[in-house]
Design a protein around this ligand. Structure first.
Ligand code: GCB
Length: 607
């Protein structure tokens, strides 16, 4: 009997092993190809518009087929194990949804939905000989698994960064279909983790396109002013593709009389430098140059500004001159629809609003925003703080989580490396001061400096100590960054507004400080005394006293109060006041200015 049981145990464990191996092969993660630079300056076919979708809270379309590698999901025409599944889940009868766009604000029944939704798009295509095709997503929140004509082409995790897959072998002349499994469930081991103060908008939230490139193609480039030598432009070009790299890359900047040729060799990365005297980019003169880069039959157009940014003691120097950052924090939420912002019009409206406030700086919180925001900021002359969602309590002692954060950091830096507006990369927001967190964020900083040594590093911290007279900045993380970001809610979460003006701030570190958050909530249109919470007067009073307070901080070189516009947040349920909106906006969700708007605008006029 004992032998019999043992025999079964052996057989069962072999079975388990095989099943596990099959599942692993099946789930094999195909990671995106290296991110392609400047999609909007290339030859593309847009897949934006109407897609069909199926809501799948139980992941039926995925897990029912999890052991058959080629029959994932609900695709029409795919070989299915169960015909009944095919009948029930045919995309032909499915409803339509717009891409780009979050699902929450498009369909009432998806307002609070968190889970899987399958997206499908049918399209016709004509392939050109000797071209390669990359399927590019601006962003999908949070996890995407992508199929072309029923074949899995890859997956991506992280809701705010771009990714692309080479789909050349799966794309056909004539009818094609792309299917995407989108899952926005919050999990403890994600970046961000389960707890945030913003809406978890799900869906294909940014544009989708097919980019056509030659067999050997220019996948990435960076062109910028050398930080140490004023009249030198330097850069890197990165080639990719199945064919051999040979020939020249031509770089021209007609307005500067630049026509350079860079010889490529078999290796994929080449650096170059040349002399030029560009007019420098700054908020007052946001000069951008047309840049043309050609290689192997492809010509890419870009508009690039040239400037330097550095710190010296407690100063931030833009083009060698000390500058004060008059900023505001912004969430990527549309001023037009109150859903996730993605369009150029959204970007123009949000950033124009910041300009009218008197800003020369914006903090794009709390994750990388869509590319329009950076390109419009370049054009309008707004300096940018760009950040990854290492927010609150991500699992700092988990290596997988670290890799996720590092991946998002690399994707953020890659995409926006040529934007003059971006002057600093932020690693984290309000993280608890522990050893694990210090190791985690210090490693991110090291990585960021390796990827881009030309920009400043920051992090927003709320971990200061109290002293007899006020507050001491002593978080060890502050010693790792170039600019110390401080979030402080004097008069709202702590203390009373009138007591804030007298608070004395000290810092252990000789570095520039940005007050990266301050603020208070107010329901636009609600009026009362300045000590009545939720009134516009209360919010204005908090601003008045906090601005007096920051004026006494000797190392203060900028601020980005919280926040431009009221934004949706499930953490804000207070009936008739919040109704799931964080009310700390200087304008309401409809764009109506509150009293505090004018307080900050007047303050910036004097700066
Ligand atoms: C913070 C967070 C921000 C919140 C804000 C608030 O400190 O960084 O994400 O939305 O406070 O309104 O409480």
């Amino acid at each position: 009997m004992k032998l019999f049981i043992l025999g079964w145990l052996v057989i069962y464990s072999v079975f388990l092993h095989v099943t596990h191996a099959e599942a692993q092969a099946q789930n094999e993660q195909r990671l995106p190809e290296p991110l392609i630079q400047n999609v909007s300056g290339r030859d593309t076919v847009s897949l934006d518009g109407q897609w069909t979708y199926i809501i799948d809270p139980y992941e039926n379309g995925y897990y029912n087929h999890r052991y058959e590698p080629h029959t994932h999901g609900y695709f029409k025409n795919a070989k299915m194990t169960s015909p009944s599944q095919l009948l029930e889940y045919n995309f032909d009868t499915a409803d339509k949804i717009t891409v780009p766009g979050d699902w929450n604000t498009q369909e009432d029944h998806l307002y609070l939905y968190e889970g899987t939704v399958w997206y499908n798009k049918n399209f016709t295509f004509k392939k050109q000989r000797d071209q390669n095709y990359l399927l590019y997503f601006g962003a999908v929140n949070y996890k995407a698994i992508v199929y072309v004509n029923g074949n899995k082409v890859g997956e991506h995790e992280g809701g705010f960064t771009s990714f692309n897959f080479d789909i050349t072998q799966h794309l056909k002349d004539g009818d094609n279909f792309v299917t995407v499994k989108v899952d926005n469930r919050r999990e403890r081991d994600q970046v961000p983790t389960v707890n945030t103060d913003w809406w978890n908008y799900g869906g294909i939230t940014r544009s989708v396109s097919i980019v056509s490139v030659p067999q050997s193609y220019l996948s990435d480039y960076r062109i910028q002013l050398s930080p140490d030598k004023g009249n030198t432009i330097k850069g890197t070009i990165v080639l990719a593709g199945p064919a051999d790299h040979k020939g020249n890359v031509a770089i021209s900047i007609p307005e500067l009389g630049v026509r350079e040729t860079v010889k490529v060799n078999k290796s994929s990365t080449t650096t170059f430098s040349f002399t030029a005297n560009p007019a420098l980019w700054s908020p007052d003169t946001p000069k951008l140059y047309d840049v043309e880069i050609s290689y192997n039959g492809e010509t890419i157009h870009d508009r690039i500004g040239f400037r330097t940014i550095e710190t010296q003691g407690e100063d931030i120097l833009l083009n060698g001159q000390s500058i004060f950052l008059k900023g505001i924090s912004i969430h990527e939420e549309s001023p037009l629809t109150s859903g996730r912002a993605w369009s150029e019009e959204d970007a123009r409206t949000l950033l124009q609003c910041a300009k009218e406030l008197g800003c020369n700086f914006v903090r794009l919180a709390h994750y990388p925003h869509n590319e329009h925001m950076l390109r419009v900021a370049d054009e309008m002359g707004l300096m940018v703080w760009s950040e990854i969602p290492v927010y609150w309590t991500v699992l700092f002692d988990n290596q997988m989580v670290y890799r996720k954060a590092e991946q998002q950091l690399a994707e953020m830096i890659h995409r926006d490396i040529n934007r003059a507006s971006v002057i600093m990369w932020s690693m984290a927001n309000e993280t608890p001061s522990t050893d694990a967190r210090l190791t985690f964020i210090s490693s991110l900083i090291k990585q960021a400096r390796q990827l881009d040594s030309t920009r400043l590093i920051t992090a927003a911290m709320d971990t200061q100590s109290s002293t007899k007279n006020g507050i001491l900045i002593d978080d060890p993380l502050a010693s790792e960054v170039d600019i110390i970001g401080v979030n402080s809610y004097c008069g709202w979460y702590v203390s009373e507004a009138s007591k804030c003006s007298g608070l004395k701030w000290e810092s252990k570190y000789q570095k520039p400080i940005i007050m990266s958050e301050l603020g208070a909530g107010a329901l636009q249109g609600l009026h009362g005394e300045s000590n009545e919470r939720w009134t516009e007067e209360f919010q204005a009073s908090v601003y008045i006293h906090n601005l007096e307070m920051v004026d006494n901080m000797s190392a203060l070189r900028g601020l980005s109060p919280w926040i431009l516009k009221d934004f949706r947040s499930p953490r804000r349920p207070l009936k008739h006041i919040q109704d799931f909106w964080n009310r700390k906006g200087l304008v309401s969700e409809k764009g109506i200015r509150k009293k505090a708007w004018y307080v900050l605008r007047d303050y910036y006029e004097t700066k």
